[in-house]
Design a protein around this ligand. Structure first.
Ligand SMILES: [Mg+2]
Length: 232
């Protein structure tokens, strides 16, 4: 592997999005206790993900607006849970405030990121709402201080896995695509997107998505030490 630049995905690769999402939903349940009475954590979280993910796909495809996605995922959640006494926008606003209070690194990711950044020029390439991803970078200053490039896909007008996002990022890194390694957790956005753009990929399978892959990359890892070993 001849690697000249390493890009990291942000959510569920460096930062523990899934933890923050779940914790924020529990805060929503605590704040709006009566309508959510009798619903357990897992039901709320899984229902939310089932509502949110198809809307993200539609948003990525340009079929709906950001505001529709933000409010729509809570409209659907409340409908699925048979809650008709809450306003989706109010719940969404509360959720986003609480979500921001629960951000943290994935276990081992901070140390691994710094090790890799000592050896290679590195960058961050992330999907997600630009204003929220910007807040995350502000909260963890090393993600800007130690990187040569930060690309938030929304700012390019496309989202991963669209090749334009990767092409834009390769230009920002001033590195040929086949010399870039992309480290990410999503088979669809990161592995397939990176490959289609001619990048090398390292797939982080911590969340157990391994089964869905048609063709797992040679560099697949589920602990950060494994990645560091492979890059040694
Ligand atoms: Mg991710």
């Amino acid at each position: 592997m001849d690697i000249r630049f390493v890009y990291f995905d942000l959510d569920d690769t460096l930062l523990d999005h899934r933890h923050a999402e779940r914790a924020a939903l529990l805060d929503v349940r605590t704040t709006f206790a009566e309508p959510f009475a009798g619903l357990d954590d897992t039901t709320i979280h899984e229902t939310y993900r089932a509502c949110s993910m198809p809307l993200w796909r539609q948003y990525a495809a340009g079929a709906i607006e950001k505001t529709d996605l933000k409010r729509g995922r809570f409209e659907q959640l409340l409908a699925e849970l048979d809650i008709d006494t809450l306003d989706a926008q109010t719940v969404s606003d509360h959720y986003l405030r609480r979500y921001a209070s629960h951000w943290r690194f994935v276990e081992g990711a901070r140390r691994a990121f710094l090790h890799v950044a000592d050896r290679f020029p590195v960058g961050v390439l992330t999907n997600g709402f630009a204003e929220i991803q910007t807040q995350k970078l502000d909260q963890f200053p090393m993600l800007r201080d130690r990187t040569e490039a930060v690309v938030i896909s929304e700012e390019t007008g496309y989202m991963k896995p669209h090749p334009q996002v990767f092409n834009h990022a390769a230009d920002a890194a001033d590195t040929p695509p086949d010399r870039i390694l992309y480290v990410g957790d999503s088979y669809h956005s990161d592995v397939q997107g990176g490959r289609a753009a001619g990048w090398q990929v390292a797939w982080f399978t911590r969340n157990g998505h391994g089964g869905a892959a048609e063709e797992a990359p040679r560099l697949t890892f589920d602990t950060w030490d494994m990645l560091l070993d492979r890059l040694r």
